[in-house]
Ligand binder design. Structure first.
Ligand SMILES: [Fe+2]
Length: 229
């Protein structure tokens, strides 16, 4: 069984899931793909959202879904937090972590990146004592990826990356083998049919490294937050 570490499955919490019916469809496909745990990571954009508004929206979405969902997939609440200037000082940042792990899934904005962005990541770890996790490293340029890998963060890869060219697939497998990519996610938006088909294909391509990715995800979920606000 697998962990989907990055998923937009909460109805109307962001643009990834339109309603409860769509969420149920996503979870059905997730279960069929062998996923037993999904980390729900609605987008949090600090320039247009507040932590309190986000948490209210996420709680309502989760309540609407859990009231009608009777399947076997365990849902853990988190967020996909876009990095923005000063985010390391955002009040309540720790409330956006995955469950109570103290781990924060962060998304880099469009490249090129401003000078402060790497300091923000470092400060999230140093002063907030949270563990940032890089979302979908496959989305960034080669230069961007190299910069992220120097930060020694936990790194998440999207399953759809394995459907790119053979050269890309080999590159991602090497990153996993070198312990530079640690966890897999679907980043599902929409009804889930294509995203979890891609997830299943990626699992096959990843082959013998898949237990390593799953074990990493479960270890992160077992962490307890030692951070503070
Ligand atoms: Fe995402």
């Amino acid at each position: 069984m697998y962990v989907d570490f990055h998923a937009h499955i909460l109805p109307q919490a962001d643009h990834g899931c339109e309603n409860v019916e769509m969420a149920l469809s996503q979870l059905k496909y997730a279960e069929e793909a062998g996923v037993d745990t999904v980390i729900a990571t609605p987008h949090f954009y600090p320039d247009s959202d507040t932590v309190d508004e986000f948490l209210r929206r996420r709680e309502e979405a989760y309540a609407a879904l859990s009231g009608v969902y009777h399947g076997n997939v365990n849902i853990v609440l988190g967020a996909e937090v876009q990095l923005a200037m000063g985010i390391e000082r955002l009040e309540g940042l720790e409330k956006l972590c995955i469950g109570d792990t103290g781990c924060l899934l962060v998304e880099f904005p469009s490249e090129p990146w401003p000078y402060w962005i790497f300091d923000s990541v470092t400060e999230i770890a140093r002063t907030r004592r949270l563990r940032p996790i890089c979302a979908h490293i496959d989305r960034y340029s080669h230069i961007g990826r190299a910069k992220i890998l120097k930060l020694n963060m936990d790194v998440q890869l999207n399953a759809s990356a394995f459907l790119e060219s053979f050269r890309h697939r080999r590159e991602y497998i090497n990153l996993i083998a070198d312990d530079e990519v640690h966890i897999l996610g679907s980043d599902v938006h929409g009804d889930g049919k294509l995203a979890y088909r891609d997830f299943t294909r990626a699992v096959k391509k990843i082959g013998r490294f898949m237990p390593y990715l799953t074990e990493n995800a479960r270890k992160i979920l077992a962490r307890k937050n030692k951070g503070h606000s």
